[in-house]
Write a protein that binds this ligand. Structure first.
Ligand code: SAM
Length: 482
């Protein structure tokens, strides 16, 4: 039987079934052990260090005890702590992005995804480079600066060369004052060589959802195609890191298998990356299975309630304090609003999950990957975020300044975020307001910027940020960053 070893490069050893089952048992046994829970919460609390904060995070076992705890008072404490941690490392900024679907050709048989190969009635589409350009123009015209590209797995229709061409095209489009400055990539597990090519193409984060960490379930949910290979899929992030990509994004598709198992597996994956590569995941996504073309989410009997979903998000926030957390438009405005308070730091806006969806007047459904719950425009989302007290940020500075992997983490810890990420968020928000916002959003936004500028601790940085914001208002100069 495989033995648990976070440093191992073998999937079954770093995501170890026996260890996960024991973790779930330990969590169940200790879910009413309030003194242990207090100890765990105390360990996770941010501690002041120099100008910033440090946080120890939690092991998968400790975090699983928090997740199992049903005491309402302790759950309240967890939510408070999750918010505290988020404020310490991410402030009130929320990074904005949109997915861009390139192709829904796919040779896999994933039973929860409408792109599965046996689906003969879904419209199959693959964007030409001219269509990519048009989609990018439409996204730039909304105000987006950061994309996550998505494609099915199909070595003939969507080979790596196609993905690389699309990335080149995306970075080459500059419509009016528009610019896509960071392309994150969500494509199937691939080779070190291909990850090197993606790195050389200038991608931001490589995102790959595990879907489920439960190997038995995984094999049934992915009955055919290259994705059936659990080990190859699970070890993909190690290959990505070997290929030079040090920002990787994890995620599970909640609803497929038991959430306790997924939660422990996700944290073990994060611990593994830290143990082997010295840096944890850059982001964690928390998608839930949605209705789609020929997919009924109710056939998967592991759906989780909104309350449990919130608890999972808060516990992830507490366990891996330096990891960004992403929520998509799979979730409604209401749920998104609630989880922003619990640790989410990135959200998508105005997403269309169909291939070629952004250039259509009406939201098309024929090639969609899943139903979108939050169908608001980007301007509505930006406006809403500001009314909730958040700063929508279109910043992409970190990776462009080489602050990836552990360098990003040390920025988080050094307390320099208020002198760096905060002004960058305000300057990119100013770009959005001047170039794309509706009048009311503009008014709320510039008032927010004025209030927030005063929070920049260093006079020099504050003055430079103010000058740049004036330049943005009065000229076509863009893309200032610290
Ligand atoms: N083909 C790629 C792969 O194998 O990872 C890439 C991405 S796919 C376009 C993006 C993600 O959408 C999948 O990893 C899956 O978690 C999610 N997804 C698929 N079907 C879904 C559904 N019915 N509801 C919600 N999310 C879904």
């Amino acid at each position: 039987m495989a033995k648990y070893d976070p440093k191992s490069l073998k999937a079954e050893e770093f995501i170890n079934d026996e260890e996960i089952l024991e973790t779930i048992k330990y969590a169940e046994e200790n879910k009413n052990n309030l003194s242990l829970i207090d100890e765990i919460l105390e360990k996770a609390r941010p501690k002041k260090q120099g100008k910033g904060y440090v946080c120890s995070g939690l092991t998968h076992r400790e975090a699983s005890v928090l997740l199992a705890c049903e005491d309402p008072k302790k759950i309240e404490e967890m939510y408070k702590l999750a918010k505290e941690i988020k404020l310490a490392f991410y402030g009130n900024r929320i990074v904005m992005f949109a997915p861009l679907y390139l192709s829904n050709y796919c040779v896999n048989g994933c039973v929860y995804c409408p792109y599965h190969m046996k689906n003969k009635h879904i419209t199959r589409k693959k964007l030409t480079q001219e269509e990519v350009r048009q989609e990018v123009i439409a996204l730039q015209d909304m105000g987006h600066k950061r994309l996550a590209i998505e494609a099915g797995e199909d070595p003939v229709n969507n080979p790596i060369e196609y993905i690389l061409d699309c990335i080149d095209t995306i970075y080459s489009v500059h419509h009016k004052n528009g610019d896509i400055r960071r392309v994150n990539v969500n494509i199937a597990a691939t080779t070190v060589e291909n990850y090197k090519k993606l790195k050389d193409a200038g991608i931001g984060t490589y995102i790959l959802f595990q879907e489920t960490y439960n190997k038995k379930g995984y094999l049934e949910l992915h009955p055919t195609g290259p994705k059936h290979d659990y080990d190859y899929h699970t070890e993909a992030m190690d290959r990505a890191m070997d290929g030079g990509i040090d920002d990787v994004g994890l995620g599970v598709l909640f609803g497929l298998e038991g959430y306790k198992y997924e939660f422990a597996g996700l944290l073990m994956h994060a611990e593994h990356l830290e143990a082997v590569h010295g840096v944890g995941p850059h982001t964690i996504s928390v998608p839930r299975v949605k209705h789609a073309d020929d997919i009924d989410p109710d056939v998967f009997d592991n759906g989780i309630s909104d309350e449990m979903f919130k608890k999972i998000i808060a516990c992830i926030r507490i366990a891996v304090p330096y990891t960004g957390m992403i929520i998509s438009t799979r979730e409604s405005e209401k749920v998104r609003g609630e989880v922003l308070e619990l640790g989410i730091s990135q959200i998508s806006g105005a997403s269309r999950t169909s291939v070629g969806g952004y250039t259509e007047e009406e939201r098309p459904h024929d090639s969609e990957q899943f139903d979108v719950s939050d169908q608001r425009t980007l301007d509505e989302v930006v406006n809403w975020l500001m009314k909730l007290g958040f700063i929508p940020s279109f910043c992409t500075a970190c990776y462009r300044e080489g602050r990836t992997g552990d360098r990003f983490m040390s920025l988080c810890k050094s307390g320099q975020i208020l002198n760096c990420c905060h002004p960058n968020a305000l300057m990119t928000l100013a770009e959005y307001l001047v170039d794309y916002a509706e009048d009311e959003t503009k008014e709320i936004g510039f008032k927010l910027i004025k209030d927030e500028l005063s929070k920049i601790p260093t006079d020099k940085v504050r003055n430079i940020a103010m000058e740049h914001i004036e330049d943005i208002k009065n000229s076509n100069k863009r893309d200032f960053r610290f």
